[in-house]
Design a protein around this ligand. Structure first.
Ligand SMILES: [Zn+2]
Length: 173
């Protein structure tokens, strides 16, 4: 009788409905795919593994706080990034500008980063997560001074994206 009770209990427990895991979705336009792979690789090289098997990226009307893109996080749905495909945001944008935009949105969507608006004493934004300029390491479109090749800054901004406690780089001091 005792054994029968235990077996009944085990059967009862094993019949509890398991929580249904959310279906993962991955849908990224081919033109965006290399940036997603690059993001994963850059994070990985900074000892921060990022899973990208649940992500939707699409072109559309972003209409958010960020002019060119938006990260939408909704319960039970894959993180979704909407990018504006207009000339300014995408068609005429350089590789580094496109990367900055996508990495910023991935910062929201996959790294749980919020906007960060503080600046270094010389004026440069501390983070790619600032809401106004995602070209923090992109060469200026209209060079007006010698400060326009910012590509060497990329390493710092990607370090900061993964680790907000990254110390200020020498060029900012
Ligand atoms: Zn943003």
């Amino acid at each position: 009788m005792h054994n029968a009770l235990i077996i009944s209990l085990l059967l009862l427990l094993s019949c509890q409905p398991a929580s249904i895991p959310e279906a993962k979705q991955y849908s990224v336009p081919a033109s965006v795919e290399p940036y997603i792979r690059s993001f994963q690789m850059e994070a990985q090289s900074r000892n921060h593994a990022v899973s990208i098997d649940n992500l939707v990226v699409e072109f559309g009307d972003a209409q958010g706080e960020d002019v060119c893109g938006r990260c939408i996080l909704e319960a039970g749905k894959a993180p979704r990034i909407v990018l504006n495909m207009n000339d300014y945001c995408w068609q005429q944008a350089s590789t580094n500008e496109r990367e900055g935009l996508i990495f910023h949105e991935l910062g929201h969507c996959l790294l749980n980063r919020q906007h960060r608006t503080d600046r270094f004493p010389k004026g440069a934004y501390v983070s790619l997560m600032n809401p106004d300029d995602m070209g923090v390491y992109a060469t200026c479109r209209y060079p007006i001074d010698d400060e326009c090749d910012k590509r060497p800054r990329r390493t710092y901004y990607l370090d900061e994206l993964v680790n907000p406690a990254t110390p200020a780089p020498t060029w900012a001091q």
